[in-house]
Design a protein around this ligand. Structure first.
Ligand SMILES: Cc1cc2nc3c(=O)[nH]c(=O)nc-3n(C[C@H](O)[C@H](O)[C@H](O)COP(=O)(O)OP(=O)(O)OC[C@H]3O[C@@H](n4cnc5c(N)ncnc54)[C@H](O)[C@@H]3O)c2cc1C
Length: 421
């Protein structure tokens, strides 16, 4: 049976799929517009935390190059500002890790070619797809660029937003002390923004990523529109002022004399994301299927750190089905979609829900946060469920579920835990 797989895009989706296929001796070619060398001088593309479920897949793929003892982190501190600020902590069952994609992707590209994968370095556009479809039995599209965002139609039923819900200012910084036990600090300044502080491995070693999720029209939006390069000292002062006002839990560990970009001005990324779900596949003129994977299929705002983890999950499921099946037709797509759908849609819905809840702070959401702050067990469960977005959506899909989750009898879990452990 011929299984020639063409993959467009060498992000986490394309590379993890390619590596899975090579592990199973399946022919895979990745097309991408950038060489490994291009990444050293590239702008920060994002600041992606991989959760334990993703790290487990990385281990299985032989690409777990950065041990979590030294580079991972172990849970979340939460800070909710307001007249009576709340601070509390939740643990993961196993650590997460954020490696600069300017290091991660070139490494995975080298791993892929070392395992016999082929990388063809050139930009691909929609116009190339007929030629490519003649060369492959299945095309997997892992970028929205080159016109592919239009080829796969927007799925309006699952895309409630037509524009970004936050203005982002993201960077990698030095001058912020790590906590004694490395953890994400997830801060919210009610009605103004969220800040995700992430222990982050970059070119010079461990540093701190800051993801400012600024509410549109609020006091923090200026961070998205102020250019570091115009006046670095003024930019640093502005950011320090905003940290002091809105995110004291990060500011209190920041040394203003040391605070600056970790590597270079390329460490700053500003912009916005429109949450979008797209159709999962397109049948091309010659009958070959083009399948959407990763952000092209579902793009979420980064406020909960789900996009890369969803992409990795979906790449794994797709890899398994390519190995298991011999014909890449509509039935194949149906099986793949059924297996990835719950996680991808739950992550999308939970993220959209949280963006809204953090905008308007409905009473049941405030009650939820208050309960977590008082019960470490609940905080641990909520934190660990960043690994399992479908479990989060089980909690938030209906207001009645929030109360049910908070008051659930967990003693049975304790018994199971005790027996297992
Ligand atoms: C600020 C920020 C923080 C984030 N934090 C997290 C987080 O903590 N956790 C998490 O899970 N997710 C996070 N995400 C989301 C995550 O970055 C994405 O979901 C993930 O990178 C998507 O991977 P992908 O492979 O689908 O696409 P991409 O990473 O976009 O890969 C696309 C690939 O295609 C190539 N390409 C582009 N155009 C062409 C072309 N014309 N021809 C050929 N190749 C082309 C590119 O070079 C690249 O290799 C964050 C995103 C942002 C913006």
């Amino acid at each position: 049976v011929s299984k020639r797989i063409g993959i467009i895009g060498a992000g986490t989706a394309g590379l993890q799929l390619g590596l899975y296929l090579r592990q199973h001796k399946i022919e895979a070619t990745i097309f991408t517009d950038r060489t490994p060398e291009d990444y050293t001088s590239a702008r920060l593309p994002n600041t992606v935390a991989h959760h334990a479920v993703t790290i487990q897949r990385e281990r299985a793929l032989g690409i777990d190059h950065w041990n979590t003892e030294d580079h991972g982190y172990f849970g979340h501190h939460y800070y909710l500002g307001g007249p009576d600020p709340l601070r509390f902590y939740g643990d993961y069952h196993a650590p997460s890790r954020a490696v600069d994609y300017r290091i991660y992707h070139p490494q995975l590209m080298n791993d892929f070619t070392a395992q016999g994968g082929v990388i063809d370095y050139r930009p691909i556009s929609e116009a190339d797809i007929d030629t490519l479809s003649a060369q492959f039995d299945l095309l997997v599209v892992c970028t929205g660029k080159g016109g592919f965002g239009k080829l796969f139609a927007r799925d309006a039923a699952h895309s409630p937003h037509e524009k970004p819900q936050r203005q982002l200012c993201v960077g990698v910084f030095k001058g912020i002390d790590q906590l004694p036990t490395r953890a994400v600090v997830w801060g919210a300044s009610p009605t103004q923004g969220e800040l995700i502080e992430i222990p982050y491995l970059t070119f010079g070693g461990m540093a701190t990523a800051l993801v400012f999720e600024n509410h549109i029209g609020g006091d923090l939006e200026v961070l998205t529109h102020t250019k570091y390069g115009d006046d670095p000292a003024a930019f640093r002062k502005l950011m320090l002022d905003k940290l002091a006002t809105h995110y004291p839990m990060t500011y209190e560990r920041t040394d203003p004399r040391e605070f600056d970009v970790a590597n270079s001005p390329l460490d700053i990324l500003q912009g916005a994301v429109t949450p979008t779900v797209r159709e999962t596949s397109v049948a091309l003129d010659n009958g070959t299927i083009a399948l959407a994977l990763g952000d092209l299929h579902a793009t979420v705002d980064p406020v909960l750190g789900q996009g890369g983890n969803m992409a990795s999950h979906a790449a794994w499921v797709l890899g398994e089905e390519i190995v298991a099946q011999d014909v890449f037709d509509h039935r194949f797509v149906e099986v793949v979609d059924a297996r990835r759908r719950d996680r991808v849609l739950a992550a999308t819905r939970w993220t959209n829900f949280m963006l809204g809840a953090l905008d308007t702070l409905p009473a049941e959401f405030q009650g939820f946060i208050g309960a977590l702050a008082q019960d470490r067990k609940l905080a641990d469960e909520f934190t660990d469920n960043f690994n399992f977005p479908e479990k989060q959506w089980d909690v938030f899909a209906h207001p009645a579920r929030i109360g049910a989750w908070l008051t659930r009898d967990r003693s049975q879990n304790d018994l199971v835990g005790a027996a297992a452990g």
